[in-house]
Design a protein around this ligand. Structure first.
Ligand SMILES: *[C@@H]1O[C@H](CO)[C@@H](O)[C@H](O)[C@H]1NC(C)=O
Ligand SMILES: [Ca+2]
Ligand SMILES: [Ca+2]
Length: 213
């Protein structure tokens, strides 16, 4: 019930990628709750990040999203800064390092807007408590694509992406079981495999044009 609700933005990416006048005036407030002494690498636009977060309504503190406290919840993977999550989180999770915890207050225009969603009324300011687990440099760069594309056929299979995820989790000291990877993979393919052929092509991978391309 708690999973994946933020990815509503993936479906509305045009709306999420381009700021309206309203959004430009609104501000995201970032409070750093914990910062590791060695704070590196810091997240930047286009990085693949792994993060746990809880979401609350600012007005009464009630919780509408629970990846941390929900037992079925797992840390979410997404590419930061490209509209895969609400804009307020794209902004609020920049320059953040693994281990860092933040409280991010997001005005409704950068969150769920005038419509809201289940658990979030219209025009609601929301607060996210986030903990970043890992930052992978520029997964949307061609360099990263080539690195993941083990047989060099210019498309990514589930097994190629899975090997990459496994390595990332092992590097982070948090190896997971197979059902976990399957769940994450299903999510990644649902959002990126536009033509549903079971492969992520170069074009699908670069669906959000990036600075370095
Ligand atoms: C939300 O805000 C918009 C713009 O300020 C306003 O037109 C609308 O009536 C508000 N909706 C509710 C339910 O308060
Ligand atoms: Ca391949
Ligand atoms: Ca495809």
């Amino acid at each position: 019930m708690c999973t994946l609700v933020l990815f509503v933005c993936a479906l509305l990416s045009a709306r999420c990628l381009w700021a309206t006048a309203d959004e430009l005036e609104a501000e995201v407030k970032i409070e750093v709750l914990f910062k590791p002494e060695l704070c590196s690498p810091k997240s930047k636009r286009g990085d693949l990040i792994n993060v746990h977060y809880d979401g609350f309504l600012a007005k009464d503190g009630s919780q509408f999203y629970c990846s941390r406290s929900d037992k079925a919840g797992h840390p979410q993977w997404f590419v930061v800064g490209v509209g895969q999550v609400i804009k307020g989180l794209d902004i609020g999770m920049m320059d953040m390092c693994p281990g860092e915890k933040r409280k991010i207050t997001v005005p409704s225009s950068l969150a769920f807007g005038e419509i809201g969603k289940a658990g979030v009324p219209p025009n609601a300011t929301v607060i996210f408590e986030v903990e970043l687990y890992s930052v992978s440099r520029g997964p949307r760069s061609m360099e990263a694509f080539t690195h993941m594309d083990l047989d060099k056929d210019k498309s990514l299979t589930k097994s190629e992406v899975k090997q990459y995820l496994k390595l990332e989790y092992e590097k982070g000291g948090k190896p997971r079981d197979d059902p976990f990877y399957e769940k994450v993979l299903a999510d990644i393919f649902r959002r990126n495999d536009q033509d549903s052929d079971g492969l992520i092509s170069v074009n699908e991978y670069n669906i959000y044009k990036h600075d370095e391309l």
